[in-house]
Design a protein around this ligand. Structure first.
Ligand code: PEP
Ligand code: MN
Length: 302
């Protein structure tokens, strides 16, 4: 952060004495378009997220077995996915739910990468596991529940690996961008923002997908923005239509859950696509005229 700061006068009225608060100018935030006009492109193996193109991350919610992961990885790869996802450490609401395969799961992710050539992303829950994840995976995910775990954010700010940061269930976009700032301020400029639905009064879907977040984040930040319609809706039927909307709104990519046998999934089966559904979705996306960030820049000048 540069030293130039603005002084904001606060609280001046009959009851409260004015207070001077020092805060950075908006353009001083490393995430901002003022700090960097061009889109950041995050690189993970052969995959590129941000800038031109549309990156698709697919795979099971959790790594469950070698057969499950490798079969899913091969199928999503054949259908055109760019990155394989799979949780080895799972943030579960109940302590009695499946918690993930931990290091064994990381080894299977590395095996699936070898089998398919796809870079892999998995979630980091505890800083103690960071050295292991750095060894085994290409992108480190910070999940919705840890978006404001500032000490974890500081730690991934110090590593030399891309970080996929998911928006929290109750995170305002200002707060989300400041969480990204923690990582950037540590020196790690490879950050991907992921909208995954927020908690609202609506209960028909698991969360409420905030597609307008894509427009706001892309206007305010050079960081790539992707969307996860699986966790946003909780229902496989809604994933494909919303994935089309994600491409149309100008996001840089998509994250979707895919399982070969969703009815047997240990986690999030109801929102998982089968490989056949995923392949259909990829066909639909490929048939759509893409609406790239370059077009958005042109629109802004109108
Ligand atoms: C996930 O992507 O596996 C996950 C748990 O998502 P979120 O943190 O968005 O709930
Ligand atoms: Mn999941």
């Amino acid at each position: 952060m540069q030293s130039e700061q603005r002084v904001v006068q606060e609280g001046a009225n009959n009851w409260v004495r004015p207070v001077k608060r020092i805060e950075p100018k908006p353009g001083q935030f490393l995430y901002s378009r003022e700090a960097r006009a061009q889109d950041t492109v995050v690189k993970a193996g052969p995959a590129r997220i941000g800038g031109a193109g549309f990156a698709v991350i697919a795979g099971p919610c959790s790594v469950e077995s070698k057969e499950q992961l490798v079969e899913t990885a091969e199928k999503v790869s054949q259908a055109g996915a760019h990155v394989l996802r799979g949780g080895a450490y799972k943030p579960r609401t109940s302590p009695y739910s499946f918690q993930g395969m931990e290091e064994e799961g990381l080894k299977l992710l590395a095996l699936a990468r070898e089998a398919t050539g796809l870079p892999v992303v998995t979630e980091l829950m505890d800083a103690d596991e960071l050295p292991l994840l750095e060894d085994y995976v290409d992108i480190i995910q910070i999940g919705a529940r840890n978006v404001q775990n500032f000490s974890l954010l500081k730690k991934v700010g110090k590593i030399n690996k891309p970080v996929l940061l998911k928006r929290g269930l109750m995170t305002k976009l200002d707060e989300f961008l400041l969480s990204a700032e923690y990582i950037l301020a540590g020196g790690n400029d490879q950050v991907i923002l992921c909208e995954r639905g927020i908690r609202t009064f609506e209960t028909a879907t698991r969360n409420t997908l905030d597609l307008s977040a894509v427009c706001v984040l892309k206007e305010r930040s050079h960081l790539p923005v992707i969307v996860d319609p699986s966790h946003a809706t909780g229902h496989w039927r809604f994933v494909e239509p919303l994935a089309r909307a994600v491409l149309a709104v100008g996001a840089d990519g998509l994250m979707v859950e895919v399982h070969c046998h969703p009815e047997q999934a240990l986690c999030d089966g109801s929102q998982s696509l089968t490989p056949e559904m995923f392949s259909h979705l990829m066909g639909e996306l490929n048939a759509m005229p893409s609406f790239r960030p370059a077009d958005q820049a042109a629109l802004k000048q109108v």
